[in-house]
Design a protein around this ligand. Structure first.
Ligand code: FES
Length: 185
């Protein structure tokens, strides 16, 4: 099982760019929830089954096409999942050494697999949900996400390019269970 710290394979997509956006529900939660509910409540300090059930989610990525952005919910937070095209990746990596980055980070440090960008969709300023996941959303001049609350801009790697947001969009803990299945949490 590959961890975020361990990384990574190169799966540059060959698909053409398509800006379709869908929302899908995470799957394969039942096992976590059922296992938790089967354990007697011997310790009142343990988290409830409901909490455990949403603490870890698995998402099937197989239906997401190159260029699509989808959103799932994890711990009551939106998780942005992007299947990037070759152009998306090229654009993101072109700015790796840009001295103007507010929170410098290479694109490769923010992904486990080059094709997939997976982030917590919460602005690092005051917690609004940036626009950019839905078709027709404003994405800003860096091709990423735009926070309408105070105007922060994020690029195609989720790096903040204009504040007041102080840092890049956060990366949740996740692993790839297979080429098209991830576990978040
Ligand atoms: Fe996003 Fe303020 S909450 S810019």
């Amino acid at each position: 099982m590959e961890t975020f710290a361990e990384k990574k394979t190169n799966l540059d997509p060959a698909g053409i760019r398509r800006r379709d956006f869908i929302h899908i529900a995470p799957v394969s939660f039942a096992a976590v929830g059922l296992a938790a509910s089967a354990i007697p409540l011997v310790d009142s300090m343990n988290p409830s089954a409901d909490v455990l059930a949403v603490a870890v989610i698995e998402v099937d990525l197989s239906s997401i096409e190159p260029g699509q952005r989808i959103t799932v919910s994890w711990r009551n937070q939106p998780i942005f999942i992007v299947r990037r095209t070759a152009n998306d990746i090229t654009r993101a990596r072109a700015d790796d050494a840009n001295p103007a980055l507010i929170d410098p980070a290479s694109d490769s440090s923010r992904v486990l697999q080059t094709e997939w960008l997976i982030m917590i969709g919460v602005c690092t300023h005051l917690g609004c949900i940036p626009l950019g996941q839905k078709e027709g959303d404003m994405q800003g001049k860096y091709g990423g996400w735009f926070c309408p609350c105070h105007g922060s801009l994020y690029d195609a790697s989720g790096r903040v390019r204009r504040g007041p947001a102080p840092r890049n969009l956060d990366i949740p803990p996740y692993v790839f269970l297979s080429g098209t299945q991830i576990r978040i949490g």
